[in-house]
Design a protein around this ligand. Structure first.
Ligand SMILES: Nc1ncnc2c1ncn2[C@@H]1O[C@H](COP(=O)(O)OP(=O)(O)OP(=O)(O)O)[C@@H](O)[C@H]1O
Ligand SMILES: [Mg+2]
Length: 318
C-alpha cells in the first residue's frame, strides 16, 4: 500500500528547545500528485519540508519518502528527491550555467552539460546563462534554483514557498513548471501561504496549523466548506436592512453589517449564486447599489472556519 504514496508520514515531531514546531504531522501524498501544504507564517511548513528532505532529523514519527524510510535510509531518499528552499541556494558570484554545473558535479549527474542547457532553455534562462547570478532578478534566481533541483530528475520534488515575493509573470512561470512536472509524473509537495496558489496547482491541500495538519481535502472541497463571500455596499444606511434581507434569503446565512462602509455581507456555499443573479435579485427588491461582489474564500476565511482562529495575530507576532 505504501508504494502508492510518494510521501507518507505518521506522527512526525520536531522541537527546537521550547518551540514545538512540528507536532504529530500526518501527511499522505499519492504518487504523481501535487500536494499543497498551506499555512501562515510559523505554522511549521519549512520545518516539515526540512524533515521530509532529510535536512533535519525528526524527534519522532515514521516517514517514507519515495519508497524509502527517511531515518534508516536517508541517502536513498536524498537520491530520489529534489528540494528548493524558501531562500535560494544560488551562488551569486557564479553564472547561471556555472551554478548548474557545480550542482551537477556535486551530485554526479550524467550528461550534465546537455541537461543544464535543456533546463536553462526550459526556464527561459538561456540568454542570461553566462551572466553572474548577482545580476538576476528574484524570479530568475528562483527559476535557476528550481532548474538545479530538477537536474537529477527527482521522483519527488519539494518546493518551499516557490512564489512568495515574485511578480505575476514569474509566478505564472513557476506554476507552469509545476504543472509540466506533474504531467511528467513527478510528485510535488509545495508549501504556500496563498490559497489561490494551492487552488490552482494542488490535487490535495493540507492545511497546517501550528505544526499539525488541521484539514486535508481537494481545493473544491475546501472552498465548498468555507463558501464564497457575497457583499453589497449601499449609498445610505437606511438601505442596509433591505440588502440584508435579500442576502439572507439567497445565502441562508446570517448577514453581517459593517455600518461605517454601509456594507452587508454573507457567506454562501450555493454554486448557483452568481454575480448577475445577485444583482438581479437586489434590483428586483429595489435596493440601490454602490457595489456588489462575490469573493472566493481567503486563507484567513479558511483558518477562521477550520481552526476557529484568525491568523492575523500570528502575522503580527511573526
Ligand atoms: N532552527 C530553529 N530553531 C528554533 N526555532 C525554530 C527553528 N526553525 C524554526 N523554528 C520555529 O519553529 C516554528 C515553525 O517555523 P517554520 O519556519 O517551520 O514555519 P513556516 O511555516 O515555514 O513559516 P514561514 O511561512 O514564515 O516560512 C516557528 O515558531 C519558528 O520560529
Ligand atoms: Mg517557511
Amino acid at each position: 500500500m505504501t508504494a502508492t504514496y510518494a510521501v507518507l508520514s505518521e506522527g512526525l515531531e520536531k522541537r527546537f528547545g521550547d518551540v514545538h514546531a512540528v507536532r504529530g504531522l500526518d501527511l499522505a501524498v499519492p504518487e504523481g500528485t501535487v500536494c499543497g501544504v498551506l499555512g501562515p507564517n510559523g505554522a511549521g511548513k519549512t520545518t516539515a519540508v526540512r524533515l521530509l528532505t532529510t535536512l533535519l532529523r525528526p524527534d519522532a514519527g515514521s516517514v517514507r519518502v519515495a519508497g524509502h524510510d527517511l531515518v534508516r535510509e536517508p541517502a536513498a531518499v536524498r537520491r530520489r528527491i529534489g528540494v528548493t528552499g524558501q531562500d535560494t541556494s544560488v551562488d551569486a558570484d557564479l553564472t547561471g550555467r556555472q551554478n548548474l554545473w557545480l550542482f551537477a558535479r556535486l551530485h554526479r549527474v550524467p550528461n550534465a552539460s546537455a541537461r543544464a542547457d535543456e533546463l536553462l532553455e526550459r526556464f527561459g534562462l538561456t540568454q542570461a546563462a553566462d551572466r553572474t547570478a548577482s545580476t538576476y532578478s528574484g524570479g530568475m534566481r528562483r527559476r535557476l534554483d528550481l532548474a538545479a533541483s530538477l537536474l537529477r530528475r527527482p521522483a519527488v520534488l519539494f518546493l518551499d514557498e516557490p512564489t512568495t515575493g515574485l511578480d505575476p509573470a514569474s509566478r505564472n512561470h513557476i506554476w507552469d513548471s509545476v504543472r509540466e512536472l506533474k504531467r511528467q509524473g513527478t510528485t510535488v509537495v509545495l508549501t504556500t501561504q496563498y490559497l489561490d496558489e494551492a487552488d490552482r496547482l494542488a490535487d490535495d491541500i493540507a492545511l497546517v496549523d501550528r505544526g499539525r495538519i488541521a484539514h486535508t481535502g481537494s481545493p473544491a472541497e475546501l472552498k465548498a466548506l468555507i463558501g464564497t463571500h457575497a457583499e453589497v455596499v449601499v449609498p445610505h444606511a437606511d438601505d442596509m436592512p433591505r440588502a440584508a434581507a435579500v442576502l439572507d434569503r439567497l445565502t441562508g446565512s446570517e448577514p453581517l453589517f459593517e455600518p461605517e462602509r454601509r456594507a452587508v455581507g454573507a457567506v454562501t456555499t450555493d454554486p448557483t449564486l452568481t454575480l448577475p443573479r445577485l444583482v438581479r435579485e437586489l434590483d428586483a427588491a429595489g435596493v440601490p447599489l454602490l457595489d456588489v461582489s462575490l469573493r472566493p474564500p481567503t486563507l484567513d476565511d479558511v483558518f477562521l472556519r477550520l481552526t476557529g482562529e484568525s491568523r492575523a495575530t500570528e502575522e503580527i507576532a511573526a
